[in-house]
Design a binder for this molecule. Structure first.
Ligand code: GLU
Length: 831
């Protein structure tokens, strides 16, 4: 609407015949100057663009960082009437020129990084908006999943560039560690790089001026930080202009973003034009034309193009534009400057830096960049980043895979290991040196993998003879530490893949699966005793049990007396009884305890208020661990060897990795594994974090597994060559044998004795009962006994006639008969 309004106000006139564009370039910026001049030439040569107008360059050179000179020269330029001012590039003179242009309403064209969040009305900056660029860096680093990385920067503004990354909540959530180091200008990089290397950081974001990047990388190479385990992300958008040939074959991942679009129309022609205009690049081997196009140069070209398009639009709309001399003294502004700026901000075009468009605040916030990565063939496209789609990594994995394979072929990998038979052992011949002194399953495994992938290797024993454990400060020891510190390329042995280790290093897929088993001494055969069924508990324990039985019964008896719940109404129909009854008589209490002990239950049950604690969630392993921790003397041993020795002495079970148990059992006929496995895990080959070889090693392991080589190696190193033990083991059944009569004969003896005692008691009871039968009815004892026996044998039924007794007090049945005759209390009758 503003445009339409302005158009109607200005009438239908045309652009001036010549339009002057002012350029301020610092000494040394000749390349930029040439690009500026050539861009103007191209506009003039394109008659479809501004047919009736010619652009003219008015260039002034200024000293680097000389604001005073820049302010003087911009005023000179403006006094000739300029449509726009381009440059200068250095921060302070740029700010001065910008303010002058702002006061005098002259468009100021910028092509440099700027961290302001509000633009002046007359500034048009073609460099991507810093907040959006910062998002691009964040997206990329997030996609790389670096857990630890360093940021090396020189200018203070670099941290603003990486602001989005540093404040990303994911950094905190995932506890990523960031090491931030600033380089003082002039300071050498080696010291700083060594500090980073010492901290074990392998991923580095480098934000130093483009011209210093090559020195930085060279220093990194000098301090051995240019291996396949390092990753460098270059924040500069000019990585594509750097000659990285000397780092091409070291395997280091060097990547960065590129704004220059090599697919832009006419790019070859433009480059040719620059060359013929004397644009020369020193120190460049000039292999590809892309190397010659810095972001700044491309942006300068695009800035001129953008201005020309804005003027074209003004021309098309028949705008009357005049370019009066503007004076810094009078500060009389150019009235049409803002019209030109507004047109430029509305235009969408494609330049050497991709699509150019501005948001409503005048920032270039919608742009696209390429992700480029160094490979053996040079810098290659590896993905894209765009405002709308974010990061999209498309690097050719098969190509990358082939590259890593090629790198590996020339390498001698250092393999750290720990001696433990049969994985790795020293040969008996002590005159041997190098790899020849080692043998074992893992030595053969590495040999096979090396054959497959074509690398050389050098075995060495781990310095501290440990596998790798993290201390409370998070520091590792053993083989894991050697990998982290870059002392070794591979760690092999009976090294278990664990979650904690996986966090510190990388593991290949497991080459052996196992679990924790229990190693135990085989029980020696003893002649079983008659009472061996009592063996589960020692005599002492039996005595304690009987004492506890009596004690508990007595205690229960007393407690039941106290408990109000146990005193119950004997006649539930009578709501107001005179007396209460307690079921826990001494006999009942004993009976209840026996029932509970034998887990049979009984009809007597306590009525006490109970608590329910049937929900213990303590897992078996926790209980085992607690027991092991509390056991005295300690059940822990320093090594598998000592554990096995302790098992051999007897009465000791050792939790050991099943593969090692297999090996031990093969060679120690008196040992065996009890039960199955308590868990499941695997041994893997460990590599330094981010090692490019991991995938290759994993595929080699898979191949060896499928071809049966791993199985063959296992047979070779596990089977006992003398076969003595194998025979013994097969002849003995390791399963639990059944109990014979020898073991449980005592149970029957106890049973028979019990029956005899019961028979004697019953005879005595019978005689006691018979004594109460009237004499006239009573037959001799043997006759009575025969009659009862006959009744029992005949299975006559469950009832028989009542026999009269002489003594009422001793017979409950008679008592009930009497009490039913009248309303007499049974207790009264008894008394
Ligand atoms: N596999 C164990 C580890 O990686 C070492 C051997 C063992 O404890 O039996 O720590």
């Amino acid at each position: 609407m503003l445009t339409v309004l302005i158009t109607s106000l200005l009438g239908t006139k045309a652009l001036p015949k010549v339009i002057q564009l002012g350029g301020l370039f610092e000494y040394g910026d000749e390349v930029l100057q040439t690009a500026f001049r050539y861009a103007i030439d191209r506009v003039n040569a394109d008659h479809s663009l501004l047919p009736n107008t010619r652009l003219s360059a008015d260039v002034e050179q200024v000293e680097y960082q000389d604001s005073f000179q820049a302010s003087r020269k911009v005023c000179d330029l403006l006094s000739h009437g300029m449509a726009a001012i381009f440059g200068p590039q250095s921060v302070e003179p740029r700010t001065t020129v910008r303010s002058t242009c702002e006061v005098l309403n002259v468009p100021h064209m910028e092509t440099r990084w700027d961290f302001r969040i509000q633009l002046d009305n007359h500034t048009v900056n073609l460099f991507p908006f810093w907040k959006t660029l910062s998002k691009a860096y964040r997206d990329l680093i997030k996609s790389k999943s670096w857990k630890t990385f360093a940021i090396v920067y020189e200018e203070n503004e670099a941290l603003i560039r990486l602001e989005e990354l540093l404040k990303d909540p994911l950094m905190r959530e995932e506890q990523r560690k960031v090491l931030v180091k600033q380089i003082v200008p002039g300071q050498e990089y080696r010291k700083l790089l060594k500090e980073i290397g010492k901290a074990g950081v392998k991923n580095i974001i480098v934000d130093v001026p483009t011209e210093k990047i090559i020195d930085f990388l060279k220093h990194a190479k000098e301090v051995d930080m240019m291996s396949e385990y390092y990753n460098y992300f270059i924040a500069s958008l000019d990585l594509h202009t750097i000659d990285l040939e000397e780092f091409q074959y070291v395997g280091t991942n060097i990547s960065g973003f590129q704004l220059v679009d090599e697919t832009a129309p006419d790019i070859g022609e433009i480059l040719q034009g620059w060359r013929s205009n004397g644009l020369s690049y020193k120190n460049l081997k000039d292999k590809t034309y892309l190397k010659n196009i810095t972001t700044e140069v491309a942006l300068m070209h695009d800035a001129v193009k953008l201005l020309a398009l804005a003027l074209q639009e003004l021309d098309r709309r028949k705008q009357d534009i005049d370019l009066p001399a503007v004076s810094c003294q009078t500060e009389q502004p150019w009235t049409q400057g803002n019209i030109v700026v507004n047109y430029m901000r509305m235009i969408t075009t494609r330049g050497l830096t991709g699509e150019i468009r501005f948001d409503k605040f005048g920032f270039r916030s919608d742009f696209k960049m390429k992700l480029i990565e160094l490979t053996r063939e040079g810098l290659h496209y590896a993905g894209d980043w765009s405002t709308k789609e974010g990061i999209n990594i498309t690097s050719n994995t098969s190509k990358a895979f082939a590259g890593v394979k090629a790198t590996l072929k020339n390498r001698t990998l250092v393999v750290t290991t720990l001696l433990n038979p049969p994985y790795v052992v020293l040969k008996e011949d002590q005159t041997l040196t190098g790899n020849d002194q080692f043998e074992g399953y893992c030595v053969d495994l590495i040999k096979e993998i090396a054959k497959e992938l074509g690398f050389k290797y050098k075995f060495r024993e781990v310095g501290d003879n440990t596998y790798g454990k993290k201390n409370t400060w998070g520091e590792w020891n053993g083989m894991i530490q050697e990998l982290i510190e870059g002392k070794a390329d591979l760690a092999v042995g009976d090294l278990t893949v664990t979650y904690e280790r996986e966090d510190a290093v990388d593991f290949t897929m497991p080459f052996m699966n196992l679990g924790i088993g229990i190693l135990f001494k085989k029980p020696t055969k003893k002649i079983p005793m008659l009472f061996s069924f009592l063996s589960p508990l020692s005599l002492e324990v039996w005595v304690y049990m009987v004492t506890a039985f009596l004690g508990v019964s007595l205690f229960l008896f007393i407690v039941a007396r106290f408990s109000p719940y146990e005193w119950t109404n004997p006649h539930p129909c009578d709501p107001h009884p005179d007396t209460l009854e307690n079921q826990f008589t001494l006999l009942n209490t004993l009976w209840f305890t026996v029932g509970s002990l034998l887990m049979q239950g009984c009809e007597v049950n306590p009525r006490l208020v109970t608590t329910h604690d049937q929900d213990s969630d303590i897992p078996t392993f926790k209980r085992m661990w607690n027991f092991m921790e509390s056991a005295r003397p300690s059940v822990f041993v320093e090594s598998n060897f000592k554990g096995v020795e302790r098992v051999k002495k007897g009465n000791y079970a050792f939790l050991m990795e099943s593969t090692s148990i297999e090996y031990i059992v093969e060679r120690n006929c008196d040992l065996m594994q009890i039960g199955g496995l308590l868990d499941s895990k695997g041994y893997g080959i460990a590599t330094p974090p981010g090692s490019p070889y991991r995938t290759l090693l994993s595929s080699a392991i898979l191949k060896l597994q499928e071809s049966g080589t791993l199985q063959m190696l296992k047979q070779r190193w596990w089977k006992n060559k003398e076969k003595i033990c194998i025979k013994e083991v097969t002849s003995q059944s390791v399963s639990a044998s059944e109990l014979g009569l020898d073991n449980v004969g005592g149970v029957f003896l106890v049973l028979t004795t019990g029956l005899c005692v019961a028979f004697i008691i019953v005879i005595l009871e019978f005689i006691w009962k018979l004594r109460k039968v009237p004499d006239e009815e009573r037959k001799p004892l043997c006759v009575e006994l025969c009659r009862e026996l006959k009744f029992a044998i005949m299975c006559g039924g469950d009832t028989k006639p009542v026999r009269k007794e002489s003594n009422l007090r001793s017979n409950n049945l008679s008592l009930i008969q009497f009490s039913s005759l009248g309303n007499i209390d049974s207790k009264e009758i008894i008394s």
